[in-house]
Design a protein around this ligand. Sequence first.
Ligand code: NDP
Length: 452
Amino acid sequence: MALESLNPATGEVLETFDEWSDEQVATTIEAVHGAYQNWRTTSFAERKSLLLKAAVILRQRKDEFATMMALEMGKPVVEGRAEIEKCALVCNYYAENAEQMLAPEPIASDASRSYVAFRPQGIVLAVMPWNFPFWQVFRFAAPALMAGNVGVLKHASNVPRCALAIEQVFVEAGYPADVFRTLMIGSGKVAQVIEHPYVVATTLTGSDIAGRKVAEKSGAMLKKSVMELGGSDPFIVLNDADLDLAASVAVTARCINSGQSCIAAKRFIVEDGIYETFLEKFKANMAALKMGDPCDETTQVGPQAREDLMRELHRQVEGSVAKGAKVILGGMPGEAAFYPPTILTQVSKGMPAYNEEFFGPVAIVIRVKDAEEALFVANDTEFGLGGSVWTRDIIKGEKIAGEIRSGAVFVNSMTKSDPRLPFGGVGISGFGRELSHYGIKEFVNIQTVWIQ
Ligand code: NDP
């Protein structure tokens, strides 16, 4: 099997890479384990200086990496640069804060002295997706490396150039050899990596289907896992919302990364009193988006990352229309992997648009009679990643936020990730947390030390 770098805007194959043999995989894991023996003993100051260097390199090579993502998975270059900047930010954040986050915690007990220490554990396997090919990896790697762990990356098969470039960033920053390695493998070889005795934990970002497989295998091997899976985030607009702002942010919240974000707003749940006004503004803003070549500076929506993903999205739209949904904007596939900003209305339970995750620029608009029904619809899903509520009444907004079953809720803002705040889901959106002090503690040994 070959890993293929293919431009989704044109269908052109850019480069192919042979998949590694089982032996290459095993040898690399052994080398990473070897590197761990020294890495785990390094000081926070040493790790900090290397991660700060990685941030500098990311910023220096920002344009190059943005173009790499544009060509390999269709992300508009403007968004690509912002992604690389965010990677640098997460490196800075953990470089500056990891030592304090992992400082031993004294606890009073019957001992003469007792405390909790946070020890590294070894190799963490990261199974990562193509949608934010750099960010998803640095979100895991920055805290893992600062904690004294080491990492192996199995990246999505359609972003092999990004996968290799990330490994290179660590090499260029001066990390010791084999502290972070990319494994050039498809999903068929993930199980054997999890089985390897030197691999202590797994983290996966991707679909719930892939998550179930990797979590199942990790569970069978009694290895800890963190799962960041999909979402079908609600975006509730109440009668007293600032409609101009809501209708503008709604477009970014849905169409960021050409709609391919787990925390994108997917279901727009709109109260009856302002439904028509909101829809009119929202539709005008969606229609004004410029779709085109992701390398063009003015492009706002690129192609979907792969043609098969675009076809699947269209199948979901058609399946919803067959059950009575109405397309009021877009709805027809373009050339190669392009799919235009689309709005579906008259969506009801039982349609793919109500039940499934739509991973592309398709907004699902649901009309509700009041805030209570809005909350019911928001929670009427197996997913639970993010959500947002729009109202001028902050007390009401906060109250509704508290009732939404999800890992994050934003009032009068779109859902976004921030290194300082934990990120993760409930339900089939996954378990465990990344980012903040919670994220760095997922893969350490939380060790009780008792001195009599
Ligand atoms: P996948 O979830 O299949 O891919 C994510 C990662 O998991 C890739 O590295 C993939 O490898 C790997 N993987 C897939 N299946 C297995 C398996 N059985 N065992 C081990 N690893 C596996 O995403 P797709 O690319 O297929 O996208 C499908 C849908 O997933 C999207 O439409 C979207 O709904 C959701 N998704 C959600 C993301 C999120 O951020 N939460 C990100 C990406 C997708 P390989 O590429 O080699 O198959």
